[in-house]
Design a protein around this ligand. Structure first.
Ligand SMILES: [Zn+2]
Length: 439
């Protein structure tokens, strides 16, 4: 592709929450430089054209709770027996599948090979391998209720509080180069029955984690089902709270006060995979049903309070594989009462803020990174179209097409001043497609 690309004639959903509008979008290098009336023939001259007619152009989707390191995708089901080297390669594989699914950014929810995830982050960024922009995460810091753990937090039952080992974990992970350190503040009843509301860490330990994270400049994410754990995460400055299943009034109030610095990923996808699609029943089905009933009430309440919610459904397990991630957007609509536009805003501009790149990621505006998704059809009318890879006509990251359907490839824009500046191959451009420059 040329250094300049013009996406012509699409209906644009810019990610801000504004209504969609018809506009051409000009990309130069890795960024969007102009759209609509600002795309003059002079600016567009020589650009490669992508025909956007009949399609909707969105910012690339952003997953707020991704597990590239868990090894399973819609193309490969891991039985968890792979060697460490194979598992490292599966991170790259998962990144490619996620990008194929229209997600151009991912905020990691933890993995089993943090060093490999950091390497994947670099490989995706440099373009050695196809994959999303990635915020890389640590091992899941767990006291044995979720992961056996390389880090020997000694377990919850009557153990002595050990803040030193917790801050050492944060330090070690920062040394590896992760962006995020993950703590499973509660257990997980889907894995070990009866543990979702058990808090695994003492307040003193979480304070130590917070101090270490502050010192090292890494973000903290909490896996937190119970009110106590949610409260602990907010009080100690965590950036993201996953699940957020059973908050009480105090937790809701604290989340509201912290809404300018915190994000919540309610993670409906994994509940769906456990309960609605019964390929893998959870260890504790009663608790999972309670969780479903609770999040259906809690998430609309969080939304009403202005708390930033992001999709990301714990995809990466064989029963809930990477590649199904767009299902979370549909669940935001079906379960939580979001409009499709609100779900898309969560997955784009709010996601950009989660990535720490608000102001340059997650919207279609001049100056923003050209991470874009051209969808055949109208996801604002039917959010489910995003789950059909065939409908993703173009997937662009940093101005470069990762995917471009043959029928969408146009020819270069003719020199300024000549007739019909934008004529995608085989199609007729409306006369007003690119208005002339003001005299
Ligand atoms: Zn997770």
């Amino acid at each position: 592709m040329a250094d300049r690309t013009l996406i012509a004639g699409a209906r644009v959903f810019d990610g801000s929450g504004a209504d969609p509008f018809a506009a051409d979008v000009l990309i130069e290098g890795e960024r969007i430089t102009a759209l609509g009336r600002d795309v003059t023939p002079t600016l567009a001259e020589g650009a490669e054209v992508i025909d956007g007619s009949g399609a909707t152009l969105l910012p690339g989707l952003i997953d707020g709770h991704a597990h590239l390191g868990f090894g399973s995708t819609v193309e490969y089901a891991s039985d968890r027996s792979e060697s460490e080297d194979e598992r490292a390669l599966l991170i790259a594989h998962s990144g490619r599948v996620l990008l194929d699914s229209g997600f151009t950014s991912a905020y990691s929810g933890g993995n089993r090979l943090p060093r490999a995830e950091v390497a994947a982050r670099a490989a995706f960024a440099r373009g050695w391998l196809p994959g999303p922009r990635l915020r890389a995460a640590s091992w899941e810091g767990s006291a044995g209720l979720v992961e056996p753990g390389v880090y020997a937090f000694p377990g919850t039952d009557g153990r002595a509080s050990d803040p030193d080992s917790v801050s050492r974990f944060v330090d070690d992970m920062a040394d590896v180069g992760v962006d995020i350190v993950k703590f499973t503040l509660t257990g997980e009843s889907a894995v070990v029955a009866g543990t979702s509301r058990v808090v695994q860490f003492t307040d003193e330990e979480v304070a130590a984690a917070s101090a270490a994270a502050e010192k090292r400049g890494v973000w903290l994410t909490a896996h937190a089902h119970s009110a106590d754990a949610i409260t602990m995460a907010v009080r100690h400055g965590f950036r993201a709270v996953y699940h957020c299943t059973f908050p009480d009034d105090e937790a809701l109030e604290l989340l509201t006060q912290a809404r300018d610095r915190i994000f919540v990923a309610p993670t409906p996808g994994i509940i769906y995979a456990h309960l609605i699609d019964p390929a893998f029943p959870p260890a504790d089905i009663g608790e999972m049903r309670d969780a479903l009933a609770s999040v259906k009430a809690v998430v609309p309440e969080l939304k009403a309070r202005g708390i930033r919610l992001v999709p990301g459904g714990d995809y990466g397990f064989a029963f809930n594989p990477v590649g199904k991630n767009a299902r979370d957007l549909q669940l935001f609509v079906d379960w939580f009462g979001f409009t499709p536009a609100e779900a898309l805003r969560s997955a784009t501009s709010v996601g950009g803020e989660l990535m720490g790149m608000g102001g340059e990621l997650g919207q279609i505006k001049p100056g923003y990174l050209a991470d874009l998704l051209l969808v055949d059809g109208d996801p604002l009318a039917d959010i489910a179209v995003l789950q059909d890879r065939e409908r993703l006509a173009a997937i662009i990251k940093g101005g470069r097409p990762h995917k471009l359907a043959d029928g969408r490839r146009g020819r270069p824009v003719a020199a300024a001043g000549s007739v019909a500046p934008v004529v995608p191959a085989g199609r007729v451009a409306p006369a007003d497609r690119v208005p002339p420059a003001a005299p």
